[in-house]
Design a protein around this ligand. Structure first.
Ligand code: HEM
Length: 182
């Protein structure tokens, strides 16, 4: 993990990603928009329907063996064939944040197998986790995934498995923005 990197995501008329759908599995949705751009750095001057910002960070819950397993298979963003993406902003409940780190880890992995399940979908799915709770943003996390069109059905299956876990009982808002680029 390199130095924390601010990231700004703007939906509006511009951007390399075409928005193909916005749904809200839990809580309020986001406004419709045509396109979306992800920019590294804190960007302010760009018109848009909505803008979300956050920052990449260090690992919190991943054990060393899990980190090594992920590092051994995961691929980076921006692969030529990965022309589909999903932006999934997530907010978790106060009950979640009231727990200590070890209790949250127990739910994420020992009870929900988030990392073990996720590993099954690598390297097809490339991802980036962006934190925003400490910035006073409407979401706690912006999760970003890129994959090839032929892996979209598997990505849908991954979403179904994660949403059925104990961890997801603490999700109070989740929006799913699906994207495509040429
Ligand atoms: C593609 C396979 C996936 C893998 C390998 C994966 C792996 C991980 C890992 C290792 C972490 C823990 C990071 C840390 O130690 O702080 C994490 C956190 C997280 N992941 Fe995933 N994940 C995957 C898919 C997903 C999907 C599809 C979603 C959303 C629907 C998601 C949402 C999150 C969120 C919100 C967190 C932060 C949890 C928290 O800190 O409370 N992940 N993921």
């Amino acid at each position: 993990m390199a130095t924390p990197l601010p990231v700004t995501i703007t939906a509006g008329a511009e951007g390399p990603w075409r928005i193909t759908g916005i749904t809200a599995p839990v809580g309020a949705s986001l406004l419709p928009a045509a396109r979306l751009v992800v920019e590294d750095g804190a960007r302010l001057a760009r018109d848009g329907a909505w803008r979300l910002r956050g920052i990449t960070s260090n690992l919190r819950y991943t054990a060393e063996a899990e980190r090594a397993a992920l590092a051994g298979v995961q691929q980076g963003l921006g692969r030529a064939g990965a022309t589909r993406a999903a932006l999934i902003p997530i907010r978790k409940s106060e009950a979640w944040w009231d727990m200590a780190q070890d209790a949250r880890r127990d739910i994420i992995e020992e009870q929900s197998r988030h990392i073990a399940i996720g590993l099954e979908y690598l390297p097809a799915v490339a991802r980036r986790l962006i934190h925003c709770r400490d910035l006073g943003e409407p979401f706690d996390f912006l999760t970003w995934f890129e994959f090839a069109p032929e892996d979209e059905a598997r990505f849908d299956a991954l979403l179904g498995r994660l949403r059925a876990t104990v961890e997801w009982r603490y999700v109070t808002r989740e929006v799913e923005v699906r994207l495509a680029r040429d």
